[in-house]
Design a binder for this molecule. Structure first.
Ligand code: SAH
Ligand code: SF4
Ligand code: F3S
Length: 470
């Protein structure tokens, strides 16, 4: 059964980049049902919350949002209208049916591997079924269905995410992802190349390959041979309009020699790597089940920097994992000093239901976690500022992505993923320009464009508010 055309869909996305990718796919899956996206929840016929379960706060946010939506739904009903509410993503996967009990406003609960079935689920809802839940695995069906979904014509993007791998078999003892995303699954090479080519034809110049363990990618090519991430990146780098490739998130255990070497060999692979270590104490790394010690990580970073000396590193850290002593924590600080990061994310350990670490009785008190987090973040902030300061006077390529803060400016990213803005006379969004970094501010770097980086290539002109005025 088809929904009448002209309906409005509002999607709110929480969590990681893969949820951002999934939200775009959800909009594509629902477009043939007559749903156009809106930025206004108040005018939507269907609201999808694409949720994250990684830390307690992330999950709680969803329930408070559902409280607000319940009032919107009641108001709508009083006015003779209707509103359907769907919860997608990792909270949906983790809680399933339970969500319907905890948040009665919810009509649909759909996991990260089943959202391609949303049209069918909506049809069931329209036929009078109350509370439709679909949270099965695996991921194959989803990607096959998505590959058949027609693309939507939206505004031109110059950067895009592309999921190549999903799920996780690592089972770090603090983490819900193996339970919410399921087992590791790699998409076939052909499917990824087709999607990358489609993005390129739409004007995309930078693709970030996504996976919970992206460097564990082992996809099959047409002849049934296994292709590594390094080989996949090499193949994608042959798509001419794609100038920049990134990938995230990598696990230190899966960083193979070919991938390390590729950073020194392929100029389209950007000199930036998100490589979480979580902690600097071997005792804690072991208790986390990370599968490597601190020295192995430091050695890996040294190899990467040998291959690509200007590589900018980013990481994730957890403070206050159960049993973490002051000495353990200081080892994290020591590792950070040793490695030096260009940017990083750091979190207080959050016990997650069903994970082994949550069961431990040596939980670290909240004030201790807060104090350690503040010390770690002060160090990481200093390193980020030092990294940015060291860029002053350097020339680098900037991909112009969006209107800048002031008229005449465009905003973009450096190879090291820094936000950069520049006076961009004569340039448009989608251009890659050579620029000299002049100042460092709270919201990023400012640069002076020296010369056109890509005069020899056809330029895709797009009209956007900021760019149109240039
Ligand atoms: N697959 C990635 C990380 C996915 S989750 C990897 O293996 O590195 C993103 C980050 O959230 C993790 O790197 C970790 O730092 C943090 N995180 C995960 N579970 C957490 C928890 N229970 N408490 C606090 N932070 C957590
Ligand atoms: Fe979670 Fe560890 Fe898997 Fe990363 S590798 S998703 S932190 S279990
Ligand atoms: Fe969150 Fe799920 Fe991503 S728990 S971080 S949305 S994989």
């Amino acid at each position: 059964m088809r929904t009448a055309p002209g309906k409005k869909l509002f999607i709110k996305t929480y969590g990681c980049q893969m949820n951002v990718y999934d939200s775009q796919r959800i909009a594509e899956v629902l477009a043939p049902q007559g749903y156009a996206t809106t930025e206004e929840a108040s005018e939507a016929d269907l609201i999808v919350l694409n949720t994250c379960h990684i830390r307690e706060k992330a999950a709680e946010k969803v329930y408070s949002e559902l409280g607000r939506l319940r009032r919107l739904k009641q108001l709508r009903a009083r006015n003779g209208g209707s509103l359907a509410i769907a919860v997608a993503g990792c909270v949906a996967q983790a809680e399933g049916e339970e969500m319907l009990r905890r948040a009665p406003a919810v009509d649909l609960v759909v996991g990260p591997q089943t959202y391609h079935r949303l049209p069918r689920m909506l049809a069931r809802l329209e036929q009078g079924e109350a509370g439709v839940v679909e949270t099965e695995f695996p991921a194959e069906d989803k990607f096959d269905a998505l590959a058949r979904t027609p693309e939507r014509q939206g505004p031109r993007q110059v950067t895009a995410f592309l999921t190549i791998q999903e799920g996780c078999d690592k089972f770090c003892t603090f983490c819900v992802v193996p339970y919410t995303r399921g087992a590791e699954f790699s998409r076939p090479v052909r499917q990824i190349e087709a999607e990358a080519m489609k993005l390129a034809s739409q004007g995309v110049r930078e693709i970030t390959l996504l996976g919970q363990n992206v460097n564990a990618y082992r996809g099959l090519d047409d002849r049934g041979r296994t292709v590594s991430l390094a080989a996949l990146l090499t193949r994608l780098s042959r798509i001419t309009p794609i100038d920049r490739l990134r990938y995230t998130t990598s696990h230190p255990r899966d960083m193979d020699e070919d991938l390390i070497a590729l950073h020194g060999e392929n100029p389209k692979v950007m000199p930036y790597l998100h490589l979480p270590v979580q902690a600097g104490s071997d005792r804690i790394l072991k208790a986390m089940n990370r599968g490597h010690d601190a020295q192995a990580y430091i050695d890996l970073v040294a190899k990467l920097r040998k291959a690509r000396p200007d590589l900018a590193l980013s990481g994730d850290f957890i403070v206050g994992f159960p049993g973490e002593s002051e000495t353990d924590f200081e080892m994290t600080l020591a590792l950070v000093r040793d490695v030096t990061y260009a940017s990083a994310f750091s979190f207080k350990y959050s016990p997650r239901p069903g994970t082994p670490a949550a069961e431990r009785d040596d939980q670290v008190p909240e004030p201790v976690k807060a104090e350690r987090l503040a010390r770690l973040q002060a160090l990481l902030d200093r390193q980020r500022m030092d990294f940015n300061q060291a860029c002053i006077g350097r020339r680098m390529s900037i991909l112009l992505e969006k209107p800048g803060r002031r008229p005449g400016q465009l905003g973009g990213r450096s190879p090291y993923l820094q936000a950069v803005h520049a006076e961009a006379r004569g340039h448009v969004i989608g251009d890659i320009v050579e620029a000299e970094i002049e100042t460092v501010g709270a919201n990023g770097l400012s640069a002076h464009i020296r010369a056109r980086g890509d005069d020899s290539r056809p330029r895709h002109r797009v009209a956007t508010e900021g760019a149109a005025a240039l």
